[in-house]
Design a protein around this ligand. Structure first.
Ligand code: CU
Length: 366
């Protein structure tokens, strides 16, 4: 936490006022870059029913008279994905298996280069967040290896604070990225190589573990770490990574002002970049919650049920449901298929989070 962060935080009032402010933030700046679509705002204010949906093919709502047919708030315009250097639509399927070699003992080695650096990211149109990133993106690269692989990650700290990579999984204490330079806490300008054998199979994560921890994580220093079982998961038509997180843009360290999947709030909304599927296709989601400051996050799938594998460490699902909750650091694998064509929301079932960005849509076609 820096002095300027504190100044921004203290310029706002009590917790209650902050809670109200973060809601008004989306609603009161109509006319600016950040605004609830006016028709939607009217719908909310007057309790009107949502305007009728236009035909689905093409998803072009430009002809919808007076505005926005969504049942949820959104933002107007788009962020500059090119300047950001990443796009949540790509992050869904961007798996990094590293540079593969075979060691003398026959073991597969996978090597990665991860650099931490500061980067301003446009999180909603017209609003940039002074992020700390792994490889310039939020979340960081999805590192994907197989059980038993030797993993070698060279971590370079090009930021201006000490950082580390703390992996979830089983490894020696001196590879845990916590206490000091000898165990992988890296000063600005320094580097460290984390090295361990990948176990156990499952869906894991990595994040910075440098104090103050909450501040470092909330700035954006986290990513997904998948260890596939040696006997692989059944093949599916789609595998998607989803990291749920928030942005505490006033640095008050209490509540987030925006919530997101894979870096950009509202990105997967149905009139923006929904995720496209076909009826009958099998889908596997690697869902990781790293949300800071709010205690619990959740995932709800509309008009469908999914099999849920907590932490992805067992081959039998623990639950068949349409809603799960996750604490910070909890994660799990979801598997489902859509039976009918249509548009289906997925979102935090803490609906306040959904209205502040943690929402998306699957478009399912015949
Ligand atoms: Cu850090």
């Amino acid at each position: 936490m820096t002095g300027d962060d504190t100044a921004i935080g203290s310029s706002l009032g009590s917790g209650w006022i902050r809670r109200i402010n973060r809601r008004l933030l989306v609603g009161t700046s109509a006319g600016g870059a950040l605004a609830v679509a006016s028709a939607q705002l009217r719908t909310l204010a007057q309790g009107e029913s949502t305007p009728e949906m236009p035909p689905m093919p093409g998803m072009d709502h430009s002809a919808a008279p007076g505005g926005h047919p969504l049942g949820m708030p959104t933002v107007v315009g788009d962020v500059d994905h090119i300047a950001n250097g990443f796009n949540p639509s790509d992050i869904l399927t961007d798996f990094d298996g590293g540079t593969v070699t075979t060691l003398a003992n026959g073991q597969t080695q996978r090597e990665f280069l991860i650099t931490a650096y500061n980067k301003d990211i446009e999180i909603v149109p017209g609003l940039t967040f002074p992020a700390w990133t792994y490889n310039g993106r939020i979340p960081g690269p999805t590192i994907r290896v197989t059980e038993g692989d030797h993993v070698r990650i060279t971590f370079v700290n090009a930021g201006d604070h000490p950082h580390s990579m703390h992996f979830h999984g089983i490894h020696p204490g001196n590879m845990d990225g916590v206490f000091d330079e000898a165990s992988g806490m890296v000063q600005p300008g320094g580097s460290f190589t984390y090295e361990f054998d990948a176990e156990p199979f499952g869906l894991h994560l990595y994040h910075c573990h440098t104090a103050p921890l909450a501040a470092h994580i909330s700035r954006g220093l986290y990513g997904v770490f998948i260890i596939d079982p040696k006997d692989p998961w059944a093949p599916v038509d789609h595998e998607f990574v989803m990291v749920t997180h928030g942005y505490n843009i006033d640095f008050d360290t209490e509540a987030n002002e925006f919530y997101a999947v894979n870096g950009i709030p509202f990105h997967y909304d149905h009139d923006r970049y929904p995720i496209r599927l076909r009826v009958g296709e099998s889908v596997r989601i690697f869902l990781v919650n790293i949300l800071e400051y709010d205690a619990i996050n959740s995932f709800h799938l509309h008009a469908n049920f999914f099999h849920y594998y907590p932490t992805g460490t067992m081959r039998t699902p623990s639950e068949y449901t349409d809603t799960i909750t996750q604490m910070q650091g909890q994660r799990g694998i979801l598997e489902f298929t859509y039976k009918y064509p249509g548009r289906y929301m997925f979102h935090a079932h803490k609906t306040e989070f959904a209205e502040l960005g943690w929402t998306g849509v699957f478009v399912v076609e015949e």
